[in-house]
Design a protein around this ligand. Structure first.
Ligand SMILES: Cc1cc2nc3c(=O)[nH]c(=O)nc-3n(C[C@H](O)[C@H](O)[C@H](O)COP(=O)(O)OP(=O)(O)OC[C@H]3O[C@@H](n4cnc5c(N)ncnc54)[C@H](O)[C@@H]3O)c2cc1C
Length: 441
């Protein structure tokens, strides 16, 4: 039975990362009645990885990859561009230590996959192993959260070093932070360029359709199908990789929470402004407090990027007033961190959606007799959803990947009560996060 797909992703053409690239030439739309062996819906990191893995393992199969808009214009191309090798969360229980090790093995597998693809296909996306500074604004959070993170890094035997306020000022040009832990394994990237490159280097048997929003889908029938405004694809099997938009397909509604994030890029800094920053020509920092804190970068295009704001977004929509407020906050926070640069401005501001689960586990598995879905990136989708896409293809082919046990070491996303109970619970949890993290803005 077909269901009408609810909220569709909208490209408001605000993505700052793709604005730095040449305009994209779109692939053809879905037109007419088409038959494929496989249809993959959503061409972000998960969908592209799933299509690639299907093609690797079934070189004679026909595979359709169907994207609502242009590749790179939704979350996969709108994120902050940190391809992170380590889990964010800290903990030292035996169970958490083991789950952390599993996550690291999965992360390294996916990072290696991305690294090989970037090199093999000469994807020009600024892919650079710079590591990341995990920062605390206040001494209190440095002592509590960063010290807890250090304890995890120690038991995982991962390299790291503490960086104090004066070294941060020297390296990055800001004295805003009390301290940081630097870990060396993170890659920084222009995410729009990376996902475009990954999609455009897929094997020939994968047919990528763009500007083809799926508006109706049969994922529960024996022969799955998807309808777009100008056509329909029937396939022997379907893989759904639309992350936050899974709920629009009636999938994982009680497993994941859609979250809205905001980000901005400044214009390119002048030589004089760059001279007022630190000695490092590119860098990235992530906040110890994930709800309130800001992610920041100095990019190879000499621009500062800030990502701040973490909002519950059950309708997968936002308003102009909310965007204007978030933009204002992005700008104020950037100026606060770099007062020496004078009244810097923003050239680009955008919003994007992702999905998180209550227990931080992926939403992953079979969702119909011949349909499968991977979702719930929990914020680190460049790496995690490159892995999730690969593994969901394996699952769909009935193949056991050697890292599947690691990937599912926390199980799958657990049950979350439906609205309005959920609205109350999530609202309270976020308000508490904002209150406890108020010094970290
Ligand atoms: C502002 C921001 C900053 C972030 N920073 C980072 C970071 O630094 N590092 C990191 O690892 N992660 C980051 N993330 C998260 C990361 O972007 C996601 O985890 C990742 O994009 C998930 O990949 P995906 O392929 O599962 O989903 P998506 O990237 O959301 O891709 C899903 C695709 O499905 C398409 N789609 C949806 N509905 C339909 C439909 N009806 N028909 C056809 N196609 C459809 C969408 O257009 C989209 O292209 C950030 C996210 C945001 C929004």
């Amino acid at each position: 039975m077909s269901v009408r797909v609810g909220r569709l992703p909208i490209d408001d053409q605000s993505n700052g990362w793709s604005a730095l690239l040449p305009p994209r030439r779109a692939n053809a739309e879905v037109r007419g009645e088409l038959d494929f062996d496989w249809v993959v819906v959503g061409a972000g990191y998960a969908g592209v990885a799933a299509a690639r893995q299907l093609a690797r393992l079934r070189p004679n199969a026909t595979i359709a990859l169907v994207e609502a808009g242009l590749v790179g214009e939704n979350a996969s191309g709108r994120n902050s561009g940190f391809a992170i090798d380590l889990p964010h969360a800290a903990g030292t229980s035996e169970e958490w230590t083991e789950q952390g090790r599993s996550a690291i093995r999965v992360g390294r597998f996916a990072l290696n996959e991305l690294d090989c693809l970037v090199k093999e296909h000469s994807i020009d996306c600024g892919w650079e192993k710079r590591g990341r500074y995990h920062v605390a604004v206040t001494e209190n959070v440095a002592k509590r959260s960063l010290a807890a993170y250090e304890a995890s890094l120690k038991v995982w035997q991962e390299p790291y070093r503490w960086v104090d306020r004066s070294e941060l000022r020297e390296a990055l040009g800001t004295a805003y932070y009390a301290a940081a832990i630097h870990t060396p394994g993170t890659y920084l990237v222009n995410p729009a360029s990376l996902i475009r490159g990954l999609a455009d280097s897929l094997p020939r048997q994968v047919k990528l359709f763009e500007n083809s929003p799926v508006i109706e889908a049969d994922i529960r029938g024996q022969t799955p199908s998807v309808r777009t405004p100008h056509g329909r694809i029937r396939a022997n099997a379907l893989i759904l990789t639309v992350n936050a938009f899974s709920q629009s397909f009636g999938v994982y509604r009680t497993r994941q929470i859609p979250i809205l994030l905001f980000a901005s890029l400044t214009p390119a800094l002048s030589d004089e402004q760059l001279g007022q920053l630190g000695r490092e020509s590119t860098w990235g920092l992530t906040p110890a407090h994930s709800v309130v804190g800001s992610t920041l970068r100095l990019t190879r295009e000499r621009r500062l990027m800030i990502r701040q704001g973490f909002e519950y977004s059950p309708s997968l929509g936002t308003t102009d007033a909310r965007r204007a407020k978030a933009r204002e906050i992005n700008l104020a926070l950037l100026r606060r961190r770099f007062p020496q640069l004078g009244p810097i401005e923003l050239e680009h501001f955008w919003a994007g959606w992702l999905a998180v689960s209550h227990n931080h586990a992926p939403a992953f598995g079979r969702v119909g007799p011949n349909s499968f879905a991977a979702s719930c990136c929990n914020g680190s989708g460049i790496v995690r959803h490159t892995a999730a896409g690969t593994f969901i293809a394996d699952l769909a082919l009935g193949r056991d990947h050697s890292l599947m046990t690691d990937f599912l070491s926390q199980g799958t996303a657990n049950y979350i009560p439906p609205r309005p109970l959920r609205d109350i619970g999530v609202g309270m949890a976020l308000s508490y996060g904002v209150w406890t993290g108020r010094g970290e803005r």
